[in-house]
Unconditional design. Sequence first.
Length: 295
Amino acid sequence: MTLLDGKITSKAILDNIAAEVAQRKAQGHKVPHLAAILVGTDGASETYVASKVKHCQQIGFGSSLIRFDAEVSEAELLAKIEEINQDADIDGLIVQMPLPKHISVDKVTETISPAKDVDGFHPINVGRMNKNLPAYISATPLGILLMLEHYGIATEGKHCVVLGRSAIVGSPMSILMARNAKVGNCTVTLCHSKTQNLAEHTRRADILIAALGIPEFVKEDMVKEGAIVIDVGITRVADASKKSGFAIKGDVAFGEVAPKTSFITPVPGGVGLMTIAGLLYNTLQAAKGAYFPKK
């Protein structure tokens, strides 16, 4: 069993990005700039945004954090997004989720310019990805692709089973693993809450990607010998033995599943770190105008 270490992999990717940013700066080119909008004071959101800003600083990106109270109107938030769309200094824009219930996530997503949509959620980027055209890919699926590539894991002809059909991870992951690309060319089965005889599907997987959000759902008897297991889940579970009062669990029961696998991601320390690497990779591409020509 080999551990797919997100800390090592993300550092390698971020080091490469930092080197390219330094080269761009030395050549007089623009330094990438990521803007983040945070609505309200949700603790997890505060942590995620702070981590993104910190990583921007570490690799030489510019960054801006725009804060709004939870009571901000939808119209005011959308107006700010439109303003950032027109700001030539800002290359990428993310709006941290979740948002207050009075604000439409779809409206926010569709208002962000596709050229600055480094989260990869805009319908234009989703559609381009689906057609295997250059596009910003949702950061978590992109991070998984970068991890598989980093470890030189061959995917062509393999059977990939994806657990979960969310628009952010499961659905795009199923498309990406099936498409004709260096990391791809799999036969893909997409499973979800209504799938019958679920374990029969997972036991056939050469590559199993668990993105359900249910702690330790995948047990040893659901995984075939030698499988590659990617655990996207990250859930706080009460644990009195921990100083914090909780433990972080993935969707896979790591202790019992890991010995059976050829490769597996840990939680924490796996896919979560790759998500930030994917986001910053997208932001570098935005600064270069790689997918949408600069105006």
